[in-house]
Design a protein around this ligand. Structure first.
Ligand SMILES: Nc1ncnc2c1ncn2[C@@H]1O[C@H](COP(=O)(O)OP(=O)(O)OP(=O)(O)O)[C@@H](O)[C@H]1O
Ligand SMILES: [Mg+2]
Length: 273
């Protein structure tokens, strides 16, 4: 679905921001891109989206080379939620914002279809169509941006830190929504995220970047259990993984379903035996 072949990118002749990136993401995967600030994650996402074109190498989405794909075709394939929703929102009402993206892809002659889909999304996200996006909270604006990104049902969803600034309820609501799209509709999800607990709960694979290069690629659990890799990427694994590895032995190899409370109960049982 997404194939990066030795992709490098430099901003305006500056040093390479992304270096020799190669990976292949299959349809239906849920992949997180991890790395410290400035590692090149947003640049990588923009290269997948086609907003930036590789300085060298090739980025193929659904078999199509990004420079050769028409913008409307690309928007049908790939939805991109920006790191900052305010860079994305450009209309005065929530209804117009959602309809705007649909119109760009479906064309102006499809007003009836556009209205029906807009109503569906307003309903799904419990928005009032006449609300002004900039009078909403940051979390709600993030949801408006997400709703308009999802409207055309893209095959690939690129999310750049989708939960920043959200409270716990908003975060769970958005993430469960994305999980359902991935599991029920087979949407391929690529998510940049600094919150390792969310990565552990939702993503299955992680790409780890440092200094513009890919330094790790594998199942999330395995990445988190690789202290040398985590250190190189300046990342801390989620608490449950830290606790499991400090308990050692069988706990360090705890399976995916192990929760913190069951782990503590098991450790306490051991002590009393
Ligand atoms: N438009 C630009 N022009 C020049 N340099 C840029 C531009 N955008 C980003 N950079 C630089 O490229 C590097 C990677 O930036 P990028 O935004 O891809 O990192 P990131 O991993 O997304 O970081 P963060 O976690 O802070 O969002 C940084 O050093 C940044 O300063
Ligand atoms: Mg970024």
């Amino acid at each position: 679905m997404i194939r990066a072949e030795h992709v490098s990118y430099s901003y305006h002749g500056a040093a390479q921001t992304v270096r020799d990136l190669s990976f292949h993401i299959e349809k239906g995967e849920f992949t997180a891109i991890l790395g410290e600030n400035g590692a090149g994650k947003t640049t990588a996402v923009k290269l997948i989206d086609g907003l930036l074109l590789p300085t060298s190498g090739r980025m193929l989405v659904n078999g199509l080379d990004t420079p050769k794909t028409r913008v409307s075709e690309r928007a049908r394939q790939v939805g991109y939620l920006f790191q900052n929703p305010d860079r994305q929102i450009c209309k005065n009402t929530v209804r117009e914002e959602i309809a705007f993206g649909l119109r760009a892809v479906w064309g102006k002659g499809e007003e009836e279809k556009i209205n029906a889909r807009t109503d569906e999304l307003l309903d799904l996200f419990s928005f009032r169509g006449d609300e002004e996006p900039f009078s909403l909270s940051r979390g709600q604006r993030q949801q408006v941006a997400l709703a308009s990104t999802l409207a055309v049902k893209p095959a690939v969803l690129l999310l750049d830190e989708p939960t920043t600034g959200l409270d716990y309820r908003e975060c769970t609501r958005i993430m469960e929504f994305i999980r359902a799209l991935n599991e029920d509709e087979g949407t391929t999800v690529v998510m940049v995220c600094h919150d390792m607990e969310i990565v552990l709960d939702y993503a299955r694979r992680a790409l780890v970047m440092a200094g513009g290069a890919l330094i790790g690629d594998g199942p999330v659990k395995e990445i988190f259990r690789d202290p040398a890799l985590m250190e190189r990427a300046s990342l801390l694994p989620p608490q449950i993984v830290q606790i499991a590895s400090s308990l050692g032995g069988e706990f360090a190899r705890a399976d995916d379903a192990e929760t913190l409370s069951s782990m503590v109960a098991r450790a306490a049982e051991r002590r009393t035996v």
